[in-house]
Structures are given as C-alpha cells and as structure tokens.
Design a protein around this ligand. Structure first.
Ligand SMILES: O=C(O)C1=C[C@@H](OP(=O)(O)O)[C@@H](O)[C@H](O)C1
Ligand SMILES: C=C(OP(=O)(O)O)C(=O)O
Length: 441
C-alpha cells in the first residue's frame, strides 16, 4: 500500500457521478516544488521548503539531491534541505524516474561536477524524450556529454566557465530553465540566447521567480529570447512556501464544471505565474460558472458547455484536462500550437486522439493541433489506455464521471507522477472508483 491507501499498481474503474459537491485544498505545485528543492540544494546552508508536493516527481528530485550530497529531511509537509552549494558530488548516477523537468534541471547542474551519469527506470517514457538540445548547449559550453542519440542513458562532465550560449526553446522550455539554474554558479555566468519559436514561456518565468526567491540576480528581455545571469553568485538559503498546483487543479475544475453540484477549490492564488491558471478563464469561456473568492475558485457545475478555439501553449499541462471539458461540450474545439504535447509522457496529441476515438468521439490532429467534437452523451462502457501518463489518466477520469456506463483506465497508478491524491480528492466530492489489479505496467 502507498500513502494514498491504494495498491502499488492498479487500473481504475470510473463510475458515472450524479454530482460532485464539497471543498478541497489544491495540492502543492509540481513546478514550484521541483524548482524550490533544487534551488535549496544549490544554496549553502539550510533551507525550508514549506508544503512540498508528495508526488513521484517530487520524490525523484529529493532522491537525486540526496544522492548528490544534499541533506534531505521531511518534517510534516515541509522539506528541510542542507544544500551542497556549487559542489554536488562527482561520480554519482542519478535516476530521475519519469520526471522530465527534474531530469533536465539536474542535467544542467551536472556541468558543475566532473562527471554525473543519468539513468531512468522509465525507458519507454522519459527514455524516449529528447535531450539533445540541452546536451548540445552544454557541450558548446565545454562540457563532455555522452548519450544514446540525444536520449537517456547519458553522462555529463564539467567543469565549464560560462559565457554566451544558444539553446533551442522550440521543443521544451526545460532546457533553458536547466541552464538558468547552472548560470549563477559559473565563474563567467551565462548569456542565454533562446532560439526557435520559444514554447512554454510560463515555466521560464517560474524559473526566474525562483532565482529571485533565492537571492540570485538575472534579467530577461520581454520575449525571453535573451536571459542574462551574472556569474559568481550564490543561492541564498531561506524559507519558501510552495503555492497550489494549477495543472492538477485544472482536472478538478473540469470535473466540477461538467457534473452538477458545487465544488470549492482553495489554495489557488489569483496572481500566479503558472500558465495553467488560464484553465479558469477557458472554462468560463466555454460557459462554465466559475467564480473566485480570494484564493478559492467556486464551480457551480452542470451548465451546458460550448467549444472554444485556443492557442494551448500557454497552459500546456492543462490541455488534457480541458480536452475532457471540450469532449463534453457542444461544438468543435481546437487547441493550436501544442506540438510540444507530443514530447511529454506520451504523445498527447496522437494518443489522446486514439483514446477519445475509442470512446466514440470525433477527433482529428495535425502536427501541432488537436481538434475534438464534443458530445453531451458519452456512452462509456470501454477500457481506455492511460498510456502511463498522469494527465491522460486525469482526462479519461473526468470523462468517466460523465459517461453513461463505467470506463476502465489501465495503469492508473501513474497518476502518482504528479497528483497522488487525485482519486481520493474526487471521492471526497462524491465520485466512486474501483481499483482492480493493473493490466498495464
Ligand atoms: O519547467 C517545468 O517545470 C515544466 C515545463 C513544461 O514543459 P515544457 O517546457 O517541455 O513544455 C511542463 O509541461 C512541465 O510539466 C513542467
Ligand atoms: C510534462 C509533464 O512533466 P515533465 O515534463 O516534468 O515530465 C507534466 O507534468 O505534464
């Protein structure tokens, strides 16, 4: 049994829910947890990260930082980190599990060491995601890199001095974020030139925000194509509070909007750099009744929804949750500029099309867009593949709550990558699930 009281691996059977009603506190942000933990480890001295996520990705970051020599202690819901400053241990093999952001951020910092190796126990997911753009930038800075065609397993050795370097931001913003954690600790700092059509601006701003929270100076052009980080700086140990998580909460909001009832979701601050905050506005544009009372979003669900047409890049980790709402709306929704969804835990364009078609929906895709025609009456009664992807599992779960017959989702334990209490949270709102033995690894 895990902390959520569920078996180690399981499928989930989602039963239709007549209504969802109650109050929840949004879980801690995934993106801020990973950033604050890393920044705390890069500081000399002891930092307190208050209210850290308990997901597998947070666990992966804690494990890797410990392996590199940081002191890691969990006290209640907080992490107390004794940092290694600019000196992570050399000759260590890190395993970031299936956590893309964790892997990339650590790969950047690895250039401080005289050798760090990276392996993953998710060869079919993280093992297939591209790392070449970051490896290229590191090697241009003078690091020695080895990889399997730009993918895991890989090895990185410094030291490097810094200077001007280009990095592509077309496939992921995580490569540039990785270099932003490295830059302040290099003698010459980094002058980053982000090339290509820059994707995921919001996480880049979260990285800048994190540097500032740890006393690191950095400046960026408005379009983020130039980021300047003076060298010879130190991360300043301190106490930081992790805000609520918008990407995971987007799935709760979508569920609440598509079922009758009333759900209050707290711990979602209005002024926040998480791009997935936009899920609130998108659901409103679809016709859902969402109001805000301070940090609480109140959803009065069950109103008919209508399709929208949106550039989805600004809220990349909420696209799948919002696709569930779109699949239950009148009309045809298109998410444009979402090519990078193909490079996440699964191909979130083609795999999503396949799963929605299996549920009887009309879905089309282009290289960088996904289009779904909604139906107010979803039959259900099928088994859908979770593709080992937490956000696919969230999407299918939201649909199951509105279907006429139960939906089984395979490999549903992968929800723990980012939102271990997802099913428990929905149960507290009145949803009903069964957790049979997993039929997918
Ligand atoms: O920097 C981060 O923490 C993240 C950046 C985004 O990735 P991309 O930059 O690859 O879009 C996002 O999808 C991921 O979940 C977390
Ligand atoms: C893509 C995601 O995470 P990562 O890139 O960190 O694996 C996500 O959380 O949806």
């Amino acid at each position: 049994m895990s902390a959520d009281g569920l078996p180690e691996t399981f499928d989930v059977i989602v039963h239709p829910a007549a209504e969802l009603r109650g109050e929840l506190r949004a879980q801690p942000s995934k993106n801020y947890t990973t950033r604050y933990l890393l920044a705390a480890a890069l500081a000399d001295g002891e930092s307190q990260v208050v209210g850290v996520a308990t997901s597998e990705d947070a666990g992966a970051m804690l494990r890797c930082l410990g392996d590199w020599g940081a002191g890691v202690e969990l006290v209640g819901g907080d992490a107390v980190i004794r940092g290694f400053g600019a000196g992570p241990r050399a000759g260590v093999t890190l395993n970031p599990g299936n956590a893309g952001a964790v892997a990339r951020f650590l790969m950047g910092v690895a250039a401080l060491t005289t050798g760090t190796s990276f392996v993953t126990d998710y060869p079919d997911s993280l093992g297939r995601r591209p790392q070449g753009d970051l490896l290229e930038a590191l090697s241009r800075l003078g690091a020695r890199v080895q990889s399997r065609d730009g993918m895991f397993p890989l090895a990185i050795s410094g030291p490097v001095r810094g200077g001007v370097v280009e990095v592509s931001a077309e496939r992921s913003s995580q490569y540039a974020s990785a270099l932003m954690f490295l830059g302040p600790l290099l003698p010459d700092g980094l002058e980053l030139r982000l090339t290509g059509d820059i994707k995921s601006h919001a996480p880049l701003r979260q990285t800048l925000d994190t540097l500032a929270a740890f006393g690191v100076r950095a400046s960026a052009s408005d379009d983020l194509s130039r980021i300047s980080i003076p060298g010879g700086q130190a991360f300043r140990a301190g106490r930081v509070l992790v805000p609520g998580d918008y990407p995971g909460s987007a799935a709760i909001l979508a569920a609440a909007a598509t079922r009758p009832g009333e759900v209050r979701l707290s711990n979602l601050r209005e002024h926040d750099l998480q791009g997935e905050r936009e899920a609130v506005a998108v659901l409103r544009e679809m016709g859902a009744d969402l109001t805000r009372e301070g940090d609480t979003v109140v959803v009065r669900g069950g109103r008919p929804l209508r399709a929208v047409m949106r550039d989805g890049d600004g809220f990349t980790d909420a696209v799948q949750a919002l696709t569930a709402a779109a699949a239950l709306a009148h009309g045809t929704t298109t998410w444009e500029n979402v090519y990078t969804l193909r490079l996440k835990e699964c191909d979130r364009i083609s795999d999503t099309r396949r799963e929605l078609q299996r549920l009887g929906l009309t879905v089309t895709e282009t290289q960088d867009s996904l289009t779904v025609t909604g139906t107010p009456s979803l039959a259900g009664g099928v088994t859908a593949d979770g593709h080992g992807d937490h956000r696919m599992i969230m999407l299918l779960t939201v649909l199951g709550l509105s279907a006429q017959a139960p939906i089984r989702i395979t490999g549903a334990h992968h929800i723990r990558k980012s939102y271990p209490m997802f099913f428990r949270h929905l149960e507290s709102l009145g949803a009903r699930f069964e957790y049979p033995e997993a039929t997918r690894a």
